[in-house]
Design a protein around this ligand. Structure first.
Ligand code: FE2
Length: 443
């Protein structure tokens, strides 16, 4: 039980020099939507415990001294404007204890032990609440993808080119949470896909160039450029940063073509089922790396890419933060013992069986003008083989980077929710911040 300690609510003469810091932070936190009040403080010297109330709910927070020092928000620790930390690490000693704590203008002001020679640290209460380092978040941070969310291009952008930021945010939010949307009514013209993708971020150029055409080619550089079926996979797993969002714009899909439907499946969900059914095999696929490769010298732009990574990536709390799956682009396992290879194949075959037998794939025949937009780091995609019957099936595709996509979604959330309230973006919690998008972010 915490003891009620006195909190100095008046700035001392000694702290007057920090008034300019206070006024800056004060102005940033004035428009606080959720009022944070300190109920109780306990300074243990080597930790700081707070009980705060937020919207009439009590919350317990506990901070390590170094965490507090390195998250000081005053201008001697953060550059105003960029928000970049400017603390010189070598000047922060291992021996750092909290001498005293004051509350001032919705901030805590920390005095450090004198021999540490650290300036007072100032941290807004709202920042402490929203960045509580010990808050273990084990909840699901995405929504299983079991249906397609549709959007209309002309709801995102008017015919005169005016962006509807609220609608674009809705689209980004569904892309973040579900991983799959279809945008209808993108004008059926070559290269229009660029206009849609660039509503979010610049095109991610790859060995298939900025824009690629998915249609039958006599000498395909990828089996996608034929009428063959494609099993579930993710694109370009042999890149260190495989493409994030993939866009496929249907330019032509003649009626007489039999087959050719697109199929999608949520790899995060399948991996969770795998963990539940086969916990040992699941762990094997988090530890033993597969080899992803694209080695193709006889093409206009010769390629030799090899990248080893496990099929399933966990964070330090055992949460799935990435799934990597691309059987057509797997090369020889390497740098592994015979036992490891045996364990790998046992797990690999079972995981593949689960993917092939997944009960909730989404099958859809794209129509001209529609764009499938999906998170290539989470959603597996496949295609039924097709019989052309003299018809043409022509999609045009491109990618954007996963980190830039996530950034844009968060920026939009901030701008739409908070911009008018002049809130400091570093102090607030964004709902989408912890959404898992498959980029191996440990959150
Ligand atoms: Fe693909």
């Amino acid at each position: 039980m915490l003891k009620q300690l006195s909190i100095l609510r008046h700035i001392s003469n000694k702290n007057l020099a920090n008034r300019s810091i206070f006024s800056k932070i004060e102005s940033q936190s004035k428009s606080s939507k959720n009022q944070v009040n300190i109920i109780d403080v306990k300074n243990n010297k080597t930790s700081l415990e707070l009980i705060v109330s937020i919207d009439k709910k009590e919350k317990f927070l506990c901070f390590d001294p170094h965490w507090l020092r390195f998250n000081c928000q005053s201008e001697h620790s953060r550059q105003i404007g960029t928000g970049q930390r400017i603390i010189s690490i070598q000047n922060v000693p291992q021996e750092l204890t909290i001498e005293s704590v004051q509350e001032k203008d919705d901030c805590v002001v920390i005095k450090w032990n004198e021999n540490s020679k650290q300036p007072d640290s100032v941290i807004p209460l709202e920042f402490l609440v929203n960045n509580n380092p010990s808050e273990l978040d084990n909840g699901d941070r995405y929504i299983p993808c079991e249906e397609i969310k549709f959007f209309d291009y002309f709801d995102l952008v008017s015919p005169s080119g005016h962006r509807n930021e609220t609608k674009i945010f809705e689209w980004l939010k569904d892309m973040m949470l579900y991983g799959l949307t279809i945008v209808k009514n993108l004008p059926i013209q070559k290269d229009m896909i660029k206009n849609l993708a660039e509503l979010i971020a610049p095109i991610q150029s790859t060995i298939y160039d900025q824009l690629f055409d998915v249609k039958i080619d006599k000498n395909p550089i990828n089996i996608a450029y034929s009428s063959m079926g494609l099993e579930f996979h993710m694109d370009l797993m042999y890149y260190e940063s495989a493409p994030g969002i993939q866009f496929l714009h249907c330019l032509k899909f003649d009626r007489q073509i039999i087959g050719g439907e697109s199929i999608f499946a949520d790899a995060f969900q399948i991996a969770e089922i795998f963990r539940h059914k086969h916990p040992d095999l699941f762990l094997t696929l988090t530890k033993i790396p597969a080899t992803f490769q694209k080695i193709h010298i006889e093409r206009a732009r010769p390629v030799y890419m090899v990248y080893q990574r496990p099929h399933i990536v966990l964070n330090h709390r055992q949460k799935i933060v990435a799934v990597n799956w691309a059987p057509p682009f797997e090369g020889p396992l390497a740098n592994l013992s015979t036992e490891e290879i045996k364990s790998y194949y046992k797990a690999y075959i079972e995981f593949a069986k689960l993917i092939y037998s997944y009960e909730k794939p989404i099958e859809y025949r794209l129509k001209p003008g529609e764009v499938a937009c999906f998170n290539n780091r989470r959603i597996l995609h496949a295609r039924n083989s097709f019989i052309p019957n003299n018809g043409i099936r022509h999609f045009q595709g491109c990618y954007i980077n996963i980190d830039e996509f996530k950034s844009e979604a968060l920026v939009k959330e901030y701008q739409i929710k908070y911009a008018n309230a002049c809130k400091n973006v570093n102090h607030i919690k964004l709902d989408l911040r912890k959404t898992i998008v498959g980029n191996q972010d440990n959150y």
